[in-house]
Write a protein that binds this ligand. Structure first.
Ligand code: ADP
Ligand code: MG
Length: 178
């Protein structure tokens, strides 16, 4: 699996949904291995992408999120969602390379018609360190060795967290609202 050429991309609008966005598929649900089952509201729009652990993964993920959100009629979420997915995929890429994990980086983008749910899976079971461990809520200083990426994710999203579904890895997710 390597880069854009090997990206696996599936996207759909649920047939039962109505409102914004044009239909880009008729499948009742997108198959996304390694992710938790989505509640029905989040199934209104769903997309799944696999990326090789290459530096290009981040820009591929950004482009994918931008294009798919516009397709769903949710372009106002694109800027914040791109920034969030950029940080999450960067972290997934770094941990995949650091541990030489064979698994691809997995991205599921979903929407309930108003908000975006961004989930990024990698093959490392270690959850990310929470930013703001000092409890101040301040931006980590420029001298800080880590923590700025997830600080940005926290600032741009309604909430974010991580889950482990199997022995093989974890998923870090964030919800972006208008
Ligand atoms: N997907 C991940 N898998 C494992 N560890 C992670 C992951 N994402 C983040 N982390 C850990 O949390 C720390 C904070 O992440 P982040 O806020 O993005 O800061 P930075 O990337 O600058 O180190 C990282 O240094 C890393 O140790
Ligand atoms: Mg980071």
């Amino acid at each position: 699996m390597s880069g854009h050429a090997d990206a696996v991309n599936r996207t759909t609008r649920h047939p039962a949904s109505s409102g914004r966005g044009s239909s880009v598929g008729v499948a009742p649900a997108v198959s996304a291995p390694g992710f938790m089952a989505l509640s029905p509201t989040w199934q209104q729009f769903t997309s799944y992408l696999e990326l090789g652990a290459l530096p290009t993964a981040v820009s591929c993920a950004r482009l994918h999120v931008r294009q798919v959100l516009w397709e769903w009629g949710l372009g106002e979420l694109a800027e914040a969602s791109e920034a969030v997915v950029s940080e999450l995929v960067t972290n997934a890429y770094e941990t995949t390379v650091r541990h030489r994990l064979p698994a691809p980086i997995r991205l599921r983008l979903s929407s309930n018609g108003q908000q975006a749910l961004i989930e990024v899976g990698d093959g490392d079971r270690t959850p990310p360190s929470r930013p703001g461990a000092t409890g101040t809520g301040d931006l980590p200083p420029e001298t800080a060795e880590s923590g700025r990426g997830l600080f940005l994710v926290a600032a741009l999203s309604e909430r974010w967290s991580c889950y482990r579904l199997s022995e093989r890895g974890k998923v870090v997710w964030a919800e972006v609202a208008p």
